[in-house]
Write a protein that binds this ligand. Structure first.
Ligand code: ADP
Length: 589
């Protein structure tokens, strides 16, 4: 592309290789974009709600993820679809039907699926971004937001076919979204809880977890999530730093063995099997420098022609390392003397980012200084935050006040395997916590991590703003009725778009009913009629066949900010797609 000027100085743009590009204009462009967006939403529609189906995704190297999440919060990127063309979408749907049904651990969260599909189409990518934004801001509702955007696009297509200009549709949608936003506020209510009474928070997290694979253990996991959030929360400032919650997993054991550790968990063990497995009142030196005698570099040449010379070199190396060990211990001793504590304890633990060889390891064991090696940078930082210690990058800078303090450091082994982990508990700054997930296989652990992420976000959102709306599609139906009524007050063409927005809001309860095996239209009409008749905005879809469709009685609710965000984000992305009327893409050679 180049900017040029004609004879009169007017600028114009030269697009090179025009003949090699395909171009869609006007209604064709909008329809193609809408079709791409709808195709993505169609994939996720079947995953919505407690009875939603799960998707199975395979990475190029054969790893399998089964999930309902759209965005992988913790898992590595996978490639499932390279080009989201219509043909590949059909193949994908076929793949899901064949692969998903017989799987042992079904999962269905929207965010992961889209992210892992490696979508190539740019409009489809916008949908991925949409669910990513919802995940980033709120952490839950990632499937719902895409389903809603898909329904808005479907309705918009009908309006465009009737000859309504896309801008009028976009404006109508904007007005309708504001009406829905305000109506949500009207039907919301405050949800009271305190640090002593965590049951309400647990109930909310259970709603989130009930639509995930891990719903078998939803009570225990919800309690863990709430306790973890409360441990790091500042209730006065209504602030929660989720970075202080580390989620770790290890294959083995049962999901029920998942535990909350008030401290840090490091996937490492003591460097020598004979080092103590339990250290109380640990004073920890956190080193990022090598903890071993300096080795001659390969470019240096050391001539050793006699046994004596070799002995001297070895002794020097040992002496050097002994001094290093002594330095750690002496510093701690000084520190302990000033604290009037038993001076015999000495330095209790060294956690090191680097390794040390077997000889050094042996020496450490003999000098009674337990050590842990090859600890990752992220873990080191967390340990430093939790124990109130400082990371020491140069050995000479090690000083008593830089040591971290922990009430208990213990090594725990699992099963009959050699798997061991290090628990650092009762830390000086006890705000950092770890959720340690156990499960039968890697897939289960990854899915539990994603589900817990949602639960943690829901608890955090409630602490930030404790307004809630009821779920099961009840809030969407109430908003749909409100928007429908408001449409009559708008005399312009926008009223068609506003009505269509109301119809699109029905997509969520329709999908919930369909996924639960209920007749969608009949169920929705009955629930809508009930909402109008009883003036009760809490009537939704009884997905689990509890016997009542009052979501207040069923205790199914979502945070107000989460639902509002869904409506705002879906509207924004649909408006953006509608405003594109020219698609230029390189044609395939
Ligand atoms: P998302 O990723 O959008 O959170 P989910 O698959 O978790 O998608 O489904 C969430 C939807 O399921 C929400 O509309 C919520 O109200 C609804 N839902 C969750 N549990 C129930 C339930 N027990 N009964 C009815 N609806 C439920």
């Amino acid at each position: 592309m180049a900017l040029a000027f004609d004879d009169f100085g007017r600028p114009f743009i030269i697009l090179r290789e025009q003949e090699k590009k395909t171009r869609l204009r006007g209604l064709d462009a909008q329809k193609a974009n809408i079709a791409a967006g709808k195709a993505v939403a169609r994939i996720l529609r079947t995953s919505l709600g407690p009875k939603g189906m799960d998707k199975m995704l395979q990475s190029p190297d054969g790893d399998v993820t089964i999930s309902r999440h759209l965005l992988p919060c913790f898992s590595p990127p996978y490639t499932c679809i390279n080009k989201l063309s219509y043909r590949s979408l059909l193949l994908l749907l076929l793949f899901f039907l064949l692969k998903v049904l017989p799987c042992e651990f079904p999962a269905n969260d929207g965010a992961t699926i889209l992210e892992q599909m490696d979508v190539d189409n740019h409009i489809a990518q916008l949908m991925v971004e949409l669910s990513r934004s919802q995940d980033y801001e709120i952490g839950d509702g990632t499937t719902g937001v895409v389903v809603m955007a898909g329904a808005l696009l479907e309705q918009a297509e009908k309006l465009l076919e009737r000859g309504i200009h896309p801008i009028r549709v976009a404006e109508g949608y904007e007005m309708a979204s504001r009406i829905a936003f305000e109506h949500l506020e009207r039907i919301s209510r405050k949800y009271e809880f305190s640090a002593d009474d965590i049951e309400p928070l647990v109930q909310t997290c259970m709603t989130t977890l009930s639509s995930k694979i891990v719903h078998r253990c939803k009570q225990a996991l919800a309690e863990i999530a709430v306790k973890a959030v409360l441990a790091v929360a500042d209730l006065e400032r209504k602030d929660v730093n989720l970075d202080l919650i580390k989620v770790e997993g290890k294959v083995g054991g049962k999901l029920e063995d998942t535990e909350l550790i008030y401290g840090i968990l490091v996937d490492k063990d003591m460097s020598h099997p004979q080092m103590p497995k339990r250290i109380e009142d640990a004073k920890i030196a956190i080193l990022t420098c090598p903890f071993e005698p300096p080795k001659p570099k390969t470019k240096h040449k050391v001539d050793i022609d006699t046994v004596e010379k070799f002995q001297t070199l070895r002794e020097q190396e040992q002496k050097y390392f002994d001094e290093m060990v002594q330095k750690c211990k002496v510093n701690s001793k000084l520190f302990l003397i000033t604290q009037n504590i038993n001076v015999d304890v000495g330095a209790t633990l060294v956690i090191c980012q680097w390794g040390f060889d077997d000889e050094a390891n042996h020496l450490l064991m003999h000098r009674n200084l337990p050590a842990v090696r090859w600890v990752g940078g992220v873990e080191l930082e967390l340990i430093a935050i939790a124990t109130g210690g400082r990371i020491v990058p140069r050995f000479q800078e090690l000083s008593p006040e830089k040591l971290g303090k922990a009430g208990l450091v213990r090594e725990k082994s699992f099963g009959t395997t050699k798997d061991r982990m290090l628990y650092i508990e009762k830390c000086a700054n006890s705000r950092a916590v770890t959720i340690f997930i156990r499960g039968g296989n890697k897939m289960m652990i990854e899915e539990t991590k994603r589900s817990l992420h949602d639960a943690l976000c829901v608890a955090r959102n409630l602490i930030r703003n404790n307004s809630i709306v009821y779920g099961g599609g009840s809030a969407e139906i109430a908003c749909s009725l409100a928007v429908e009524t408001a449409a009559d007050r708008h005399p312009g063409v926008e009223q068609y778009a506003i009505r269509s927005f109301a119809d699109a809001l029905d997509a969520v309860p329709l999908a919930l009913a369909e996924n639960s095996g209920l007749p969608p239209i009949d169920t929705l009409t009955a629930v809508k009629a009930q909402q109008v008749k009883e003036s009760n905005p809490h009537c939704g879809i009884d997905c689990n066949d509890v016997g009542t469709n009052d979501m207040k009685e069923q205790n199914v609710f979502e945070t107000l900010i989460g639902k509002q965000q869904q409506i705002l984000l879906a509207t924004q992305v649909v408006k953006m797609i509608l405003k594109i009327d020219d698609v230029i893409s390189p044609s395939e050679y």
